[in-house]
Design a protein around this ligand. Structure first.
Ligand SMILES: [Zn+2]
Length: 112
């Protein structure tokens, strides 16, 4: 299971490298954090990130690791472009979920 630090690094990567670069607007998908329904964007699959030549190899490898750790066969990764939260997205139901159980994130945050 990825740590809170892993999730923070993923957030940074999405911001720094401006992912997703494909503009797939998903209307009607609710962000579980901020409640917006028009800001969820599907992010690139790991093999697509590897094809971006400006993204360092270790960053692409980290992205592949966290993608495979958090996303199952029936999901894709997404991000809310309003609150910058990485999410998992059901391909069938078009429903977004936390990548990691939020109770775990809160416990870790309280230690800061
Ligand atoms: Zn959000």
């Amino acid at each position: 299971m990825p740590s809170l630090a892993d999730l923070e690094r993923l957030k940074e990567i999405l911001l720094i490298y401006e992912l997703p670069r494909q503009d797939l607007a998903l209307f009607g998908v609710l962000c579980p954090l901020c409640g917006k329904t028009d800001r969820i964007r599907q992010v690139e699959l790991p093999h697509q990130v590897k094809e971006y030549h400006d993204i360092p190899r270790d960053v692409a490898e980290f992205y592949t690791y966290i993608y495979s750790a958090c996303i199952n066969n029936e999901q894709v990764m997404a991000v809310c472009k309003f609150c910058n939260t990485p999410l998992s997205l059901d391909q069938k139901g078009m429903k977004a979920h936390w990548l990691v159980d939020p109770s775990m994130i809160r416990e870790e945050s309280n230690e800061d």
